[in-house]
Design a protein. Sequence first.
Length: 380
Amino acid sequence: MQLDNATFRKLLSQDLVEVMIRVGIIAFVVVMCVRIVAPFAGLVLWALILAVSLYPLQRRLAERLRGRQGGAATLIVVAALLMIGLPSVILGSSLASHIHDAYSTFKDEVITIKQPEPSVAEWPVIGETIYRSWSSVATDLPAFLKRLQPQLRNFAKSVLGAAANTVGGVFLFLGSLIVAGIMMAYGESGSRVILRILSRLTGPTKGLQLHRLSTATIRSVATGVIGVALIQALLLGVGFVLAGIPAAAVWALLVLLLGIAQLPALLVSLPAIAYLWWSGDASTASNIVFTVYLLLAGMADNVLKPLLLGRGVNVPMPVILLGTFGGMISGGIIGLFIGAVLLAVGYQIFMGWVDEAEEGTTTEPGQTKAVAPVVSPASE
């Protein structure tokens, strides 16, 4: 039975309208869901990263607690909150106290600045400018600050903005820990759901491979970047304390932040060595010992990072490292993980496509080509 042209057009138009309505409804639902979830995207991503990284520890702890998944997750979250929350509160209150004291000192006009030596004016290029500014500050500090009021106002806004972002980041991280604890308590069921989604998108075999790859990459970055930064901060912090470097804890924290940002710890250890020799409080033999220790600890990431980054993942270490660098530049600390996972998954998909092409041209009919596992058995 053949349909005439008018009937065919009518049926086609009806089907087209129905498809467009369905697509429009689906698009509307997707957009509304994204808008609802968007404010919590950072919290959920951090919680997912923390849950994946801490889940092996939670499983081992749950075995000791006779299978109590919720109890193990609660212990980990409480311990992490105490280790991170208490120092953050103490540091914040100390900083606020110092700011209040500085403001009170400035308000009471008890700040005194010594007049510069005449030799300062003889410094090349900038000597006269520094001498005039220094003399103006020492003579009448309030008037000098009044002239710089616009610049000081902009600087204060930048400092307050950075402080607000830091406080917000700390609270976001602490909230992510709590959500991560809930995720770890239901880790097995959540892992099965993610595996089902990936299997539906890419097929059972590819879905399982991508699931293992994503999990192993997150744990590899957590160990190879944050773990190495923490180890290096501890090594240098101990060295700073033993060598008598002032504010050793602050410098150790700076080393941790530089390590996460993928910057060399020598930026801190070299000035510490210079201060060690400049202060002249210790003997030459002691300075030599601490210099060697601080140099080795400052370069420890060059040995630890190749050993730990990319461990257990069947992806070249430069790919993981490139993903962490690019993710850090484009998305901050959370980009370390997202960039590494996306680049690793993209690499595996691309190489899978290349292998399929080679398989079609090199294998004989009826033969199959073995596919290497995405991760090593030890990483599961």
